[in-house]
Design a protein around this ligand. Structure first.
Ligand code: ADP
Ligand code: MG
Length: 695
């Protein structure tokens, strides 16, 4: 039995440890820094560093690392030991300076051309709002990452900036409404994380999974997810053991791992934590993804976080549950019993509606990746069209505001099961709409278009910034109103009327919606290159520069990095496919044809009466497919060569999308058909059946 309360946070330099180990004055100074976003004094940093080091060493740490989130999308770390020469030996030391500032050589991280290599110095700066922790003998210090000249090079800095912006604007509005006791507002996030677990030995036999995280070939298994028997199904012993271990490791690190279950696709699972502030939720989600993969190793498994590891069954996403709370403990997205008279709630709701409509492109952009392009628009994840769902109740309220009608609440009714022993209970007053990309779920919004491997800092800084911007416009309109209530009501009505096109409560997967959305003038950006074409639109540059999230130069750099990374990823996929096709698949099919031919000849020699029709049919069909496959391999190879020669990053990304991906799809189709026709013992890779039903 595990004593969970004791285990929880045992590797984290948290409040409790700080109170125990820091002198009171230092503790209070540090707390003030984290709460008021003031810079930390070096003297205090020295005391904190020494205490942190002593604590970490007691937990077996010999090293420390500044842990940061560069633009690659995966976390980065460089480990330094605590040793300092002393006489003929060493002592363990850690200074405030080392805690506050690190200097990794930044030249090998993507910067989108904002830094020349001769000035490749980069700095990491301690983020005291996210607690340090010990893992594998190293003290991890969450940090932000910027260049020598101050440009942002990471995903944490914009998030922290956006949280401060949203707080400032929300507080101004709340003060207008008379809530002067509110000094700070924080955004909260609970990310639900999907993943696949497959057997390690099988994984090792698939070069595509190893190189790209997804299968590039693979005929469908006879059974997929059509029986819907995996979702919430009983958890297999080996998977259960993994999940138990994973929970323990996460709890030690202070991650509030809460819910676990099987997902829709075979071998697919989900883990959801209890929500925390956006910053900590982001760090914890990064940590969760790393620990998921580490723990899998111990169990002879591999955890796949790619958005679409397998064709023909669901891919993996992440639901970003997002809300805003005050330091006085109020959730600003809670409608209360009477939303129709809750001006505060309606103002925040209107700000979000306006933000989602005006910045639909940014919400789509923020979830764009080569991997996620395979999900959005397919019949599983939300579509590439951004819209929002409010539920029947709020939708009725919004319509009554727009039309000036009376509003009748649907009132939460009681669920009567009709079975005596079961307790009746109050029903939620809105059902779920699983197909909506951005759904109101009672007291929070759930942004569902995220890919499973995404750093959630990105969608969250976008959300925070765009809502901050709308709130600042609201403030300007309301600040001098003689009758605030009337002015606020008029504002809410105007905004909801102007932006009602973004609200859609129907089936987001239907073809009718695609047409309806087009009539409404909503964007349908199907791929990363299509989406990022909008990133530098004037309104977006305005949004980020006005709110001090990015300079225009930083924005341009980010856009370039995204186009480049996309092209590089598809390039790797195409090269992997070519290697598989030429070195494994074609030789295997050839060999099988050879065996079939030998068999046919042998039969013929024995007697002309023995039928060789079956062999003949297969030989003919496979030979024909092999020829097409070989031609397509050459065509793909040519497309890759051409794509590589395009120098402009944006053009290059489009080229890969249009000419390379499409050839890859054609090649795969024939490859998969040959797999279906080829004897198992000749096929060079474990099949979908092995992979998906092998744990
Ligand atoms: P639902 O059943 O509507 O999906 P859950 O209670 O299961 O809601 O929560 C789903 C996720 O949303 C969890 O990770 C949870 O912590 C998170 N969540 C709940 N309330 C909030 C909030 N106020 N802010 C952010 N996330 C939240
Ligand atoms: Mg949910």
């Amino acid at each position: 039995m595990t004593n969970v309360p004791e285990l929880f946070g045992s590797m984290v330099f948290n409040e409790k440890v700080m109170r125990e180990r820091l002198p009171k004055a230092t503790y209070l100074a540090l707390k003030k820094t984290t709460e008021s976003a003031e810079p930390l004094d070096e003297g205090i940093a020295n005391v904190v560093a020494a205490a942190m080091k002593d604590w970490a060493v007691e937990l077996g740490a010999t090293h420390f690392t500044h842990w940061f989130q560069p633009m690659t999308g995966v976390t980065a770390e460089k480990h330094d030991s605590f040793i300092q020469p002393c006489g003929s030996g060493v002592i363990m030391e850690f200074s405030g300076k080392e805690l506050i500032k690190g200097e990794p050589d930044a030249s090998s991280f993507p910067s989108g051309g904002i830094r020349a290599t001769f000035e490749a110095r980069g700095y990491t700066t301690w983020d005291p709002t996210s607690p340090a922790f010990v893992r594998d003998g190293t003290l991890y210090i969450p940090t932000a990452f910027c260049s020598y000249t101050g440009e942002v090079l990471d995903k944490k800095t914009p998030l922290l900036r956006s949280m401060e912006r949203l707080s400032a604007e929300a507080v101004r509005i709340l003060h207008l409404l008379g809530k002067t006791d509110v000094t700070h507002v924080a955004t909260t996030v609970g990310p639900e994380q999907e993943y696949f677990l497959i057997d390690r030995d099988l994984y090792n036999q698939r070069v595509d999974l190893k190189m790209t995280g997804r299968t590039l070939f693979g005929a469908k298994a006879p059974k997929g997810q059509e029986l819907e028997d995996h979702y919430f199904g009983s958890i297999k012993t080996r998977v259960a053991a993994y999940m138990r271990d994973l929970d323990k490791e996460l709890w030690k690190l202070g991650v509030l791992a809460k819910t676990k279950h099987n997902e829709v696709a075979p071998s697919q699972h989900e883990l959801a934590p209890i929500f925390s502030t956006s910053n900590i939720a982001t760090d914890h989600n990064e940590l969760t993804m790393e620990v998921m993969q580490k723990v899998a190793e111990k169990h002879g498994l591999v955890c796949l976080l790619h958005e679409k590891p397998f064709d023909g069954i669901n891919g993996s996403g992440k639901h970003n549950n997002w809300s805003i709370s005050t330091n006085t403990g109020e959730n600003l997205l809670s409608p209360g019993k009477h939303p129709e008279t809750n001006t505060q709630f309606l103002l925040f709701l209107a700000a979000i509606v306006k933000a989602v409509d005006e910045y639909q492109d940014l919400l789509r952009i923020t979830v764009a990746s080569a991997g996620n392009d395979h999900r959005l628009g397919a019949n599983e994840a939300p579509p590439a069209i951004i819209s929002m769902y409010l539920g029947d109740d709020l939708d009725a309220l919004v319509h009554s505001i727009i039309n000036g009608d009376d509003y009748h609440s649907h009132k939460a009714s009681r669920m009567q099961t009709g079975v005596g022993v079961l307790t009746d209970f109050k029903m939620d007053n809105s059902d779920r709409n699983r197909t909506s990309p951005f759904a109101f779920t009672g007291n929070k919004f759930e942004f569902r278009a995220l890919g499973s491997s995404l750093n959630i800092g990105c969608p969250n800084y976008m959300l925070n910034t765009m809502v901050a911007e709308e709130l600042s416009q609201f403030y300007d309109r309301l600040k001098d109103a003689s009758d605030l209530e009337t002015a606020a009501k008029a504002l809410i009505k105007d905004v909801l009327t102007d932006h009602q096109r973004i609200i859609f409560n129907g089936d987001n997967y239907s073809d009718e919606w695609v047409q309806e959305a087009e009539r409404r003038g909503l964007l349908n950006l199907k791929t990363l290159p299509d989406a990022f074409d909008h990133f530098l639109d004037e309104k977006n540059i305005q949004l980020f520069t006005k709110n001090n999230i990015y300079s225009e130069g930083e924005l341009r750099a980010r856009c370039e990095i995204e186009f480049e990374m996309y092209a590089k990823q598809i390039n790797i996929e195409a090269l992997t496919m070519l290697q598989m096709a030429r070195r494994d698949i074609m030789p295997a099919v050839s060999e099988y044809i050879h065996e079939l031919s030998d068999t046919a000849v042998a039969k013929w020699v024995i007697s002309h009466d023995i039928s060789i029709k079956a062999e003949e049919k297969l030989i003919k069909s496979l030979s024909k497919q092999l020829e097409q496959f070989s031609d397509l391999t050459d065509e793909l190879s040519e497309a890759v060569t051409k794509a590589a020669s395009v120098s402009d990053p944006q053009e290059k990304a489009h080229y890969y999308q249009q000419h390379v991906l499409s050839k890859m799809n054609e090649l795969r189709k024939i490859g998969d058909s040959m797999e279906t026709d080829t004897a198992k013992k000749y096929w060079p890779y474990p099949s979908y059946t092995d992979l998906l039903f092998g744990v």
